[in-house]
Design a protein around this ligand. Structure first.
Ligand code: NDP
Ligand code: 8X3
Length: 256
């Protein structure tokens, strides 16, 4: 029997990388994407040799529609039968109040978190509609459920993802396609904070006084969503570390 195929965007680090490992461990063949060729190669070699699965690495920037199209058009044979699309690539850039926000940071977040997710979805869903089956799991955020100081544009993009998950489900459920999302709070063992604070290591130390979830925890949740029987669609899972009650209430009295 042919193995199932999962396509994961942003598989070069953090949640995407941990999710790739989890699916490989469970015998899926993988299409892994990201911009960093060296990291893609490294993870491809590692998972393919450890778990004896086939992996197709595709290196492109999700913000560029022509590149997304070109990469997905290059897929042939069995790789076209994508069972699961995990729209994970995304980022926060900057942590400024709205009146001091950096326009370039805003463009990057909107282009990656919203337009990138849309480009991927637009290219892959026709294949799923044709096959009358498929599963899309978006990596949303608690920032798509509530807002917090200086989160402005990142929160807006993730509120957009939350809306798109619902809208995509309405458009696709009649075609046998499941659409759901995971909405995590803080997640460590990712490059998220480093990217948000433009590589400032000091500012990126945001998990020292509490224990958030980690990338493996979120990978486990994503795999749980993906591994339900086909008549069951998990629409949304909101998950935070025990010490985090909401975006704005975190017990920072020490790690547990
Ligand atoms: P990481 O920075 O570790 O991973 C982000 C991934 O996205 C990388 O693989 C990166 O790959 C990829 N990516 C970013 N921009 C692009 C682009 N333009 N084109 C293609 N790939 C891109 O962070 P996380 O693992 O934390 O982030 C994954 C998702 O989880 C994001 O959507 C984020 O918003 C969400 N999230 C994160 C939380 C957290 O606290 N960490 C909490 C809630 C949600 P490369 O650089 O190689 O292109
Ligand atoms: C990442 C979680 O709280 O930094 O989406 O927005 S948060």
């Amino acid at each position: 029997m042919e193995k199932k195929i999962v396509l994961i965007t942003g598989a070069t680090s953090g949640i995407g990388k941990a999710t790739a490992k989890r699916f490989a461990k469970n015998g899926y063949d993988l299409i892994l994407t990201g911009r960093r060729k060296d990291k893609l190669k490294e993870i491809t070699n590692k998972l393919a040799s450890k778990y004896a699965v086939d992996i197709l690495p595709l290196c492109f920037d999700v913000r560029k529609h022509d590149k997304v199209k070109k990469a997905l058009k290059s897929i042939s044979g069995k790789w076209q039968n994508i069972d699961i699309l995990i729209n994970n690539a995304g980022l926060a850039k900057g942590f400024d109040p709205i009146h001091e926000g950096n326009i370039e940071d805003w463009e990057i977040m909107i282009d990656t978190n919203l337009k990138g997710l849309l480009y991927m979805t637009r290219e892959i869903t026709p294949l799923m509609v044709k096959a009358q089956r498929g599963h899309i799991i978006n990596v949303a955020s608690t920032a798509g459920k509530e807002v917090y100081p200086n989160g402005n544009v990142y929160c807006a993009t993730k509120h957009g993802v939350d809306a798109l998950t619902k809208a995509m489900r309405i458009d696709l459920h009649r075609h046998g396609i499941r659409v759901g999302q995971v909405a995590p709070g803080h997640v460590e063992s990712t490059e998220f904070a480093q990217v948000r604070f433009h590589g400032d290591k000091k500012k990126a130390k945001i998990y020292e006084d509490f224990t958030p979830t980690n990338s493996k925890d979120i990978a486990r949740v994503i795999y749980f969503i993906a591994s339900q029987p086909k008549h069951v669609n998990i629409q949304d899972i909101l998950v935070m570390g025990t010490q985090q009650a909401s975006s704005n209430f975190i017990d920072r009295s020490g790690r547990i």
